[in-house]
Ligand binder design. Structure first.
Ligand code: HEC
Length: 96
């Protein structure tokens, strides 16, 4: 294999790894939120506030729900709030 080809293969591998890393992290928090937030009520109240609450507002809600017993680790509170704050109203990940 020529050096050029090896370099190319290396770049493709690095990009693939970086991408799968990112999407895995994204899916994880989405799954965690769906699992944790569905154990007491449906996702309806969560769906209704997509696009309404600010990031600070979601942090408050998520902390409040964790205090009530939602099963999220303390380290997941921030990413969960960021995830929820970034969703569009009616996002199928939560609303369907
Ligand atoms: C341990 C049970 C429990 C879990 C788990 C839970 N909730 Fe709740 N949630 C409640 C109760 C009880 C209410 C209604 C009382 C109230 O409004 O304070 C509520 C109400 C809400 C509301 C309505 C508005 C509000 O502030 O009252 C939202 C939004 C909400 N939950 C979001 C979430 C999210 C997001 C998660 C996941 C991080 C979650 N809940 C997990 C118990 C829970």
């Amino acid at each position: 294999m020529s050096l050029r080809k090896m370099f190319f293969v290396g770049v493709v591998l690095a990009v693939t790894v970086a991408f799968s890393g990112f999407s895995a992290a994204g899916d994880d928090i989405a799954d965690d939120v769906r699992r944790a937030c569905r154990s007491c009520h449906s996702l309806k109240p969560v769906c209704q506030e997509l696009g309404v609450r600010s990031l600070a507002g979601w942090k408050l809600v998520v902390r409040n729900m964790v205090a009530r017993g939602a099963r999220l680790t303390t380290r997941s509170i921030e990413p969960a709030a960021e995830y929820l704050a970034a969703l569009e109203p009616g996002d199928p990940a939560i609303c369907e």
